[in-house]
Design a protein around this ligand. Sequence first.
Ligand code: 5GP
Length: 216
Amino acid sequence: MNETKGKLIVISGFSGVGKGTVIRRLMEKYDGFAFSVSGTTRYRREGETDGVEYFFMTKEEFEAGIAAGRFLEYARYSDNYYGTPADYVFGKLEQGIHIILDIEVQGALQVRDKCPEALMIFLIPPDAQTLVNRLTGRGSETEEQITMRLTQAVREADTAPEYKAIIVNDDLERTVEEIYSLVQNPEGMKKFYDANAGKISGIKQDLMEILRTREA
Ligand code: 5GP
């Protein structure tokens, strides 16, 4: 990637791991970052504003965007479409602004294929119960939706090796500092991968156990 351009930062992680909060804090603390607002067909949660968290679209609008090649990547997740607007992302990178994508795994892999220099970061919770508590605590999903997202998390756990760094989100400020340090010094990615990759299988096992109990 040309040094005068911004860096493309892909942040993935289980639903409820706190990606949104981490990204907001990073942008509050440091200049030179922009968030890529995705298009989605999911319902608007209370407190969300069109054009801020997402561009809320109908299925027809989204499919027209796919046909017109407007998305850098897109995916179906929990029965909805989500996609990243290509023009916005490339425009910001050209201006030297670091752009942050909060996207799930299928989309992240499409970005990695198109932009191999992307900083691929996977956020994990300190443990499975913390994730469940966060998902239930935000009160925006039904029990069925929570089960769906936990099931998805179990599947996503296996894709963590596709990322260059794995970061444990147990302290907001520390997580933000770690991500910022990787933007300054992408060579540090491997250190964060090696330190945390081993934690994923335990979290996955615990999530499976929690799902068994929920389904019983
Ligand atoms: P939520 O419905 O909780 O806001 O997001 C659900 C999942 O969709 C999250 O894992 C989030 O990272 C992902 N997501 C949000 N925007 C996009 C996007 O533009 N593309 C893809 N592939 N995933 C996205």
